[in-house]
Design a protein around this ligand. Structure first.
Ligand code: DOR
Ligand code: ZN
Length: 350
């Protein structure tokens, strides 16, 4: 596998997306197909309004996703349970054991979009986390503190210091995915932790540094959370993603918002990268001279971490310039995709 067929063509096992926002209603019906046409499985984030906090709402949401992605019959959404201060440990455990939930998501309260119901203090969910550790249920973490006195660019590093390092010490066997890491500090933390701690990395955090938000003016489509950081952090992430380490795997954090919700006096956080996600990652791996590491990152490390089988299908990418459209129609609405109007170096051909 991971056949480099020629310098200009590569075939890899079909990848999965270990972190995606598919939304609901019209938006879900518009965006699900972009994820389902590239990925066999996807870890679906539960930050709907209201959030997906119990097994029954996860089953209903999964049905809506399957119906929205019905053109891609092979696609499997993997559901997550949104943790709150008053999470029902029994329901969550039953949901995991019956195969409805693949993992649970920890949003610190008010850290990001639809996180108002998130956890105000990790101490409040300790019994739930202990139960997850016992069952082998992965904890997916949005790793940012929310304190007003902590600079927005430091929130991930401070989260590691104040919360994550302690949590991992207290629950040494808990499977933890540090989601959408953005800093060299996070790379150091993950590298220094056991095999039970992994991380997802988005395409945007590999492509852009924080200058992208201010290039010739304010650029709302480059804004997501955690926010892009300095160049040295981007370089550390590129090194980690292309290192071949089994701790790092693909998670797009594709997070669509309608154009008017981004281009606003108070624009939403989120980058919609689903339409060209694999092409975007392949371009990075090529630039790093690491195309031979793409399959591990995109298709092997994730299932291994989650204890799931590898996909059987094959995706072939070819070196070929493609221009990403300026806009994507989403039902009656418009979404601006990541790389809008720009060129990418790889194309999916089969
Ligand atoms: O940029 C982001 N958008 N980060 C998140 O954590 C949430 C996401 C969303 O749901 O829009
Ligand atoms: Zn996310």
């Amino acid at each position: 596998m991971n056949d480099i067929i020629s310098p200009d063509q590569i075939a890899i096992r079909q990848p999965d997306d270990w972190h995606v926002h598919l939304r609901d209603g019209d938006m879900l019906r518009s965006v699900a197909t972009y994820t389902a046409r590239q990925f066999a499985r996807a870890i679906v984030m539960p930050n709907l309004s209201p959030p997906v906090t119990d097994t029954a709402s996860a089953v209903a949401y999964r049905d809506r996703i399957l119906s929205a992605a019905s053109d891609h019959g092979h696609f499997t959404p993997l559901m997550t349970c949104y943790l709150t201060d008053s999470s029902d440990a029994e329901d969550m455990a039953q949901g995991f054991q019956s195969g409805v939930f693949t993992a649970a998501k920890l949003y610190p309260a008010n850290a990001t979009t639809n996180s108002a119901h998130g956890v105000t203090d990790v101490a409040n969910i300790m019994p739930v986390l202990e139960r997850m550790q016992k069952m082998g249920m992965p904890l997916l973490i949005h790793g940012e503190v929310t304190d007003a006195d902590v600079d927005v660019f430091d929130r991930e590093a401070v989260f590691i210091e104040r919360i994550l390092s302690k949590l991992v010490d207290q629950l040494p066997d808990l499977k933890v995915v540090f989601e959408h890491i953005t800093t060299a500090d996070a790379v150091d933390f993950v590298n220094g932790s056991g095999a039970n701690v992994g991380a997802t990395i988005t395409p945007q955090h590999l492509h852009i540094n924080r200058n992208a938000m201010f290039q010739g003016g304010i650029r709302p489509h480059a804004y997501c959370l955690p926010v892009a950081k300095r160049e040295r952090h981007r370089l550390a992430l590129r090194k980690a993603a292309t290192s071949g380490s089994a701790k790092y795997f693909l998670g797009t954090d594709s997070a669509p918002h309608e154009i008017h919700a981004k281009e606003s006096a108070c624009g939403c956080a989120g980058i919609f990268n689903a339409p060209y996600a694999l092409e975007s990652y392949a371009t990075i791996f090529d630039e790093e001279g690491a195309l031979d590491k793409l399959e591990g990152f995109a298709s092997i490390h994730g299932p291994q971490f989650y204890g799931l089988p590898l996909n059987e299908g094959i995706v072939t990418l070819q070196r070929s310039k493609i221009i990403v459209p300026e806009n994507i129609a989403a039902g009656g609405a418009t979404i601006v995709p990541f790389h809008a109007g720009q060129e990418l170096g790889w194309q999916i051909v089969g």
